[in-house]
Design a binder for this molecule. Structure first.
Ligand code: IPM
Ligand code: MG
Length: 401
């Protein structure tokens, strides 16, 4: 079959309908693909051979928290999250157990100027910290400039994107484990284009990459008394990548006898999340990168909006916490930036606190947030000037801590 196709292509080229350069493009693309394959196989083998034990963040004498404000509303909401962290950690900062480091330069202007998704000097600064609180960054559409998020997740090997969504009055307590370093994203800016003719992107599922996200999901389920993990793919269509993702998750599930692992397809799962009588039965989800990206926005919306959800990007040696939404440049353009909701990045701050061993402070912060947003509703964010500013909201929140 492939040889046949090559003959057909040659015939088309000979008739002059297409140009000879298309054949040259095919050879170039094959060379490019070979490089990608070698690169990804090397990454897989390195993961397989990584025996360094995970860092126990809670046992560090000093924990350095880096803060990168990002772009757009990121500059506004991350200031508020930093204020909350500084308030809750005042004693630890005083005694030197916690160091907060403001990191500059993760801005779209600087990234475009340096033509780097994360400029080298900024990355070096980030790596001197143990954990990072990051504001949303603008991702240029098209072109070859990679998203800063994607680059950071890769550079710091943050393979688990953990996104909780909870609506206690409905009995919803979901935790999404989105694979964060491969899938549709890892080669998202390295696809192939034959201009005016076709474009192709690649999706990558590795054995080790899937095993480690599955392990994270099942370990979480076990530690938190959860009895069900939904493995969400489109394995009926993406036979190789999603097929293997599902198989590997089931293999990992065998080590967790009290927990049932159920296969779901992503399309019906997005529908099920809207089914009130069905959705509260789901507990933990494990899924490839892009489906995880999409469904967690849906889940956050069900919770009250993307401005209400925090997100942890964790690896074995580093962790980064952020809001799940983007930099909302439209709000800035319309002069509404100061009315942006800081709840999402503050929630990410609570996740950060828990991660570095301050569970009680995290509980306190989450309870205060819930009180402000769900119970009292005295200081309300609407995103417009009929609501509170991010600063006013945070001032009030801090009085509850
Ligand atoms: C997210 C965001 C990012 C993603 C963007 C900003 C690159 O949507 O964290 O969900 O697609 O992962
Ligand atoms: Mg997203």
């Amino acid at each position: 079959m492939p040889e046949n196709n090559e003959n057909i292509l040659k015939e088309i080229v000979d008739t002059g309908i297409s140009e000879m350069k298309d054949m040259a493009e095919v050879s170039d693309a094959c060379g490019h693909f070979r490089q990608l394959l070698i690169e990804q196989l090397t990454r897989e083998l390195m993961m397989e051979q990584d025996t360094e034990p995970p860092k126990d963040f809670s046992k560090l004498d000093t924990v350095t928290i880096g803060i990168c404000p990002g772009d757009g509303i990121g500059n506004i909401i991350s200031v508020e999250a930093e204020r909350v962290l500084r308030h809750l950690l005042a004693d630890e900062i005083e005694s030197g157990k916690i160091v907060i480091k403001d990191i500059e330069g993760l801005t779209i202007e600087n990234r475009l100027e340096k033509q780097q998704a994360v400029p080298d000097d900024v990355l070096a600064e980030i790596k001197t910290c143990d954990v990072l609180l990051k504001g949303p960054t603008t991702t240029p559409k098209g072109g070859t400039m990679e998203s800063a998020n994607v680059a950071l997740r890769r550079e710091l090997d943050l393979y688990a994107n953990v996104r909780p969504v909870s609506i206690p009055e409905e009995g919803i307590d979901w935790t999404f484990f989105r694979e964060n370093t491969e899938g549709e994203y890892v080669l998202g800016s390295k696809g192939i284009e034959i201009p005016g003719k076709l474009s192709m992107n690649f999706k990558v599922t590795t054995e080790s990459g899937t095993r480690r996200i599955a392990r994270a999901a099942f370990e979480y389920a076990k530690a938190n008394g959860k009895t069900n993990v939904a493995i969400v793919t489109k394995a009926n269509i993406m036979k190789q990548t999603d097929g293997n993702f599902s198989r590997i998750c089931h293999e990992v599930a065998n080590d967790y006898p009290g927990i049932t692992a159920e296969d779901w397809y992503i399309d019906i799962m997005t529908a099920n999340l809207l089914k009130e009588e069905r959705r509260s039965s789901f507990q933990v989800f494990v899924l490839p990168n892009l489906y995880g990206d999409i469904i967690t926005d849906e889940a956050a919306q069900i919770q009250g909006g993307v401005g209400t959800a925090g997100s942890a990007n964790t690896g074995d040696h580093y962790a980064m916490f952020e809001a799940i939404h983007g930099s909302a440049d439209r709000m800035i353009a319309e002069g509404r930036g100061q009315y942006a909701n800081p709840a999402s990045i503050i929630k990410a701050g609570a996740m950060l606190l828990r991660y570095i061993g301050y569970g009680e402070k995290a509980d306190k912060l989450e309870a205060a947030l819930n009180d402000c947003v769900e119970v009292e509703k005295k200081v309300v964010i609407t995103g417009h000037d009929d609501g509170a500013t991010a600063e006013e909201f945070t001032d009030y929140l801090i009085t509850k801590l």
